[in-house]
Design a binder for this molecule. Sequence first.
Ligand SMILES: [Zn+2]
Length: 69
Amino acid sequence: MKDDLSKLKDIETCSNCFSPRIVPYMGYETGKRFICQDCEHISVVTIIFEDLESLVKFLQEKRENEKNN
Ligand SMILES: [Zn+2]
């Protein structure tokens, strides 16, 4: 299956590493969660970006900030 992220709107991302590769993870107790396929972090909240462009821009800025630290 081919990923076509460029057409997505309201992209949900991992709250730990901001990867859009999250899938629903069903817990027994607390309902809906997501597991990240990149860092395997399980999150209840996700960070939502308007579109791929916003996400890419955010990640670039984040990387810049980390470089400066
Ligand atoms: Zn992650």
